[in-house]
Ligand binder design. Structure first.
Ligand code: ASP
Ligand code: MG
Length: 404
């Protein structure tokens, strides 16, 4: 007997028909003699619709009330799935995040899990029931309902798998697994049999939408074996495991991309100590996440600072940057340019020189200019013009012969 945590995303529970399909899959595992704890997301686009609804009432809705509102989405799917499983003749019981013992900090909208005491879940499993837990939510140390950030059901599933010491955390989704790149852009992208936590973390945090990056981090910290697979087919998906478990290590795991950021340039900023600190402190105080930063070498005591940030933060950032620019004596703020970021990820980069050069060659051969470069030990990211992003992804994917 094994203990499975099975997570089903919004598309997989998007209609009554699909919920029935999920119920059949869960019951199959349970009737094979295993214990099953299921984590569900809200049905289809429910979360987006609830957010839109709230914005019809307020441009800046109360964060506490937003969490109250959004957690309702997962409550709907957990109860419907429980009903469907019971209808198939297997016992099931659903729990909210709070009932499942998921304790978080008090940061509404992006709370972090502090601790899980899944007493009721364990009791249900020991009684032979399928335990269904609402994803994406918990209860704070102040006893308020919280949410874990977009895509947070993945975090619920992985954290529960760790707390329950599950044998595996299966993440069921509408794709077959993790691919070397987005198959909608790169038709010959290949499904990976295995990928390391580190590589998956880099891919997830640079635009690969399969899993929430925070959940991969949780998996890595607790050594949870994660299996990303299709909710419609029974084929093997992709295993996310520790690097040591991967025998045949490819140099490159994949190419991700992100088309959600803009590039801003503060031109002719005085090149003095403390200027960068002031600029980025002001943005941080407004809770704006800056991604990549470059400062050019200075000429006659002045320098340009360019950086990228999410498009959606621009409304908030604009007035702050205008004020700052005047305050620090910059020449001005060059208007935000929509950009794209292509990232090459692979643990083999640590030991194989020349990967960066090959990536830049590929972009240059495709006639694509690089605006900003940033790296980690196992990732190289290049900012390019947004309209060239898809070409950039294909060029890099081809160069490293990642296709099937
Ligand atoms: N329903 C939430 C969202 O749409 C959480 C999730 O799907 O994982 O972000
Ligand atoms: Mg998701």
């Amino acid at each position: 007997m094994a203990l499975y945590v099975q997570k089903f995303g919004g598309t997989s529970v998007g209609s009554a028909e699909r919920i029935k399909n999920v119920a059949r899959r869960v019951v199959e595992t349970a009737e094979a003699g295993h214990q099953v704890c299921v984590v569900v997301s809200a049905m289809g686009k429910t979360t987006d619709e609830l957010i839109d609804l709230a914005h019809e009432l307020s441009p800046d809705p109360s964060r506490r009330e937003m969490d109250m509102l959004l957690t309702a989405g997962e409550r709907i799917s957990m109860a419907l799935l429980s009903i469907a499983i019971i209808e198939l003749g297997h016992d099931a019981v659903s729990f909210t995040g709070s009932q499942a013992g998921i304790l978080t900090d008090t940061v509404h909208g992006k709370a972090r899990i502090l601790e899980i005491t899944p007493t009721r879940v364990v009791e249900a499993l020991n009684d032979g029931k399928v335990a269904i837990v609402a994803g994406f939510q918990g209860v704070s140390t102040k006893k308020d309902v919280t949410t874990l950030g977009r895509g947070g059901s993945d975090a619920t599933a992985v954290a529960l798998a760790a707390a329950l010491k599950a044998d595996v955390c299966e993440v069921y989704t509408d794709v077959d697994g993790v691919y070397t790149s987005d198959p909608r852009i790169v038709p010959n992208a290949r499904k990976l049999a295995k990928i390391s936590f580190e590589e998956m973390l880099e891919l997830a945090s640079t635009g690969a939408g399969v899993m929430m990056s925070r959940s991969v981090e949780l998996g890595r910290n607790d050594g949870v074996r994660i299996h990303v697979r299709s909710s419609l087919k029974s084929t093997e998906g992709t295993w996310i495991v520790s690097e040591e478990e991967i025998v045949e290590k490819p140099i490159i795991a994949g190419v991700s991309h992100d088309a959600s950021e803009s590039k801003i340039t503060l031109s002719r900023v005085p090149d003095q100590p403390g200027i960068a600190a002031r600029v980025f402190r002001a943005l941080a105080d407004a809770e704006i996440n800056v991604d990549m930063i470059v400062q050019n070498s200075s000429q006659d005591g002045k320098t340009d600072i360019s950086f990228t940030m999410p498009d959606i933060e621009m409304v908030k950032a604009d007035p702050i940057l205008d004020a700052l620019s005047a305050e620090i004596g910059a020449e001005g703020v060059r208007s935000a340019e929509p950009v794209g970021k292509v990232s090459l990820v692979g643990a083999g980069m640590r030991t194989h020189p020349g990967v960066a050069a090959d990536m830049f060659d590929a972009l240059s051969a495709a006639g694509i200019n690089i605006a900003i470069i940033s790296t980690s030990p196992i990732r190289i990211s290049c900012v390019v013009a947004r309209e060239q992003l898809h070409d950039a992804v294909r060029a890099v994917h081809d160069k490293f012969q990642l296709g099937g």
